[in-house]
Design a protein around this ligand. Structure first.
Ligand code: 2M8
Length: 417
């Protein structure tokens, strides 16, 4: 079977009528930033499905503008933890009519919406896609600006899950002060679908659950009581990239708005996260002001912005001994030389397809066409060879995590087109 046929088969299998699950077993609901990446693949097959994927998420938007991390399928509530019964979102102020998590995920949606529109502008106009998407996306970005941004100009995450890179070394220090949820047994349905050595530890899960419960019990109010508040480079770079996309969407609709200026302000604020000694951006604990001194793929993501002042140093770091572009498999999620490096455990070393896709975009943007093409070819080859794995051993390309993972198929398909 060709890459295209296999990817299509997977996406069709993971489609649930209005959205695509990241993986049928491990992730049986709709995830926020997954849907944006998945829509980028769907647009080549069905512009309509790509639009519906995003619209399904918009229909779960909270009244304060937040787009939730997860929109739950209530019929699968025993299959994932923490689920709808944990969040009880209906009891929380401003929640939508469908059950969702109270947390958010990285804001890649406006960027995806623009790409989806461009794939088939006629169908997009016929369905009034941008007219409906634009206000939802503006409300989402307004939430980030009003409820998540402090004087630094950067948006913070209140939980490692919000970064999408759940057990990144960036969170080790901020999590060290967080108590563990007092549970006899940590519910781990995830371990029925992926090896324990590929997933976060029980200790991390106890902290994740403590933080999520505390945020829920405070009415997801963003009132400053959060025990975890961190500025992440990828989250903010994606926000800036999406703000630029919103500017283009506004232009399509004939609206006047200051999205480009907002994007520039976020890009300027990102400079607070620059670590000259490491040659990349790092996370910053917003509660203590401390920079988290680790090289991770998140710290390279600002390369998706054309004007990023640190492009030469970032490219050097990407090519250097920590990430070894061209020698390692795709782009490792964390510094392969660091003491925290782990070839299997999730976001502490394995190579992921969404971040490789972002690095293809980054390399193209900064004139490294040859490396961009080579990385894109590797994404396609490894996606197919691994059975569309969630992530890969960064040296051997052995499949890690779950298989038949939707964004792996969608983004390989996108690079194939
Ligand atoms: C992973 O995160 C979820 C929690 O959101 C989990 O581990 O259960 C991350 O890789 C995240 O980036 C992704 O969105 C999610 C679904 O694919 O899985």
């Amino acid at each position: 079977m060709t890459l295209e046929a296999a990817a299509i088969r997977l996406l069709v299998r993971n489609w649930r009528g209005r959205y695509t699950v990241p993986a049928g077993g491990l992730y049986p609901h709709q995830w926020s930033w997954d849907s944006a990446f998945i829509a980028i693949g769907w647009r080549h097959l069905s512009a309509r499905r790509a639009q519906q994927e995003l619209e399904s998420l918009f229909s779960a938007q909270w009244s304060d503008g937040r787009l939730p991390q997860i929109v739950f399928d209530p019929s699968r509530d025993d299959d994932y933890s923490p689920g709808a019964a944990f969040w009880r979102s209906a009891e929380l102020p401003g929640s939508p009519p469908v059950p969702t998590a109270g947390l958010v995920q990285p804001p890649n949606h406006a960027w995806a919406a623009l790409l989806v529109h461009r794939a088939d502008p006629r169908e997009s106009r016929r369905r009034g896609f941008l007219e409906r998407a634009y206000p939802a996306l503006v409300a989402w970005h307004t939430y980030l600006r009003d409820r998540r941004t402090d004087a630094s100009g950067l948006a913070h995450v209140v939980h490692p899950w919000e970064s999408g890179m759940d057990n990144s070394p960036f969170w080790d220090e901020p999590l060290s002060a967080v108590p563990e949820a007092g549970l006899d047994r940590v519910p781990r349905p995830d371990l029925e679908h992926a090896a324990a050595t590929d997933r976060p530890s029980d200790t991390e899960y106890r902290k994740y659950l403590h933080l999520a419960a505390a945020y829920r019990d405070a009415g997801v109010a963003d009132d400053g009581s959060e025990q975890f508040r961190v500025h992440d480079p990828a989250v903010n770079a994606l926000w800036a990239r999406s703000e630029l996309a919103l500017g283009e969407i506004a232009g399509e609709l004939g609206e006047r708005a200051d999205h480009d200026e907002r994007a520039q302000r976020i890009a300027d604020a990102l400079e607070r996260l620059w670590h000259p000694g490491l040659g990349c951006y790092v996370a910053r604990d917003a509660r203590t002001g401390r920079l988290q001194e680790h090289r991770t793929v998140s710290g390279l993501v600002p390369l998706i912005l054309s004007g990023v002042p640190r492009a030469p140093e970032l490219l050097e770091t990407l090519r250097g001994p920590s990430f070894r572009l061209g020698t390692s498999v795709l782009v490792p999620s964390a510094d392969v030389q660091a003491p925290t490096f782990d070839t299997s455990r999730y976001w502490r070393g394995p190579s992921w397809f969404n971040t490789a896709w972002l690095m293809v975009e980054a390399l193209e943007r900064h004139g490294a066409e040859h490396e961009a093409r080579s990385l894109a070819r590797d994404v396609i080859t490894h996606a197919e060879a691994s059975g569309f794995a969630e992530y890969l051993h960064p040296f051997t390309a052995a499949a890690r995590g779950t298989r038949a993972f939707s964004w792996t198929a969608a983004l390989a398909l996108d690079l194939h087109h």
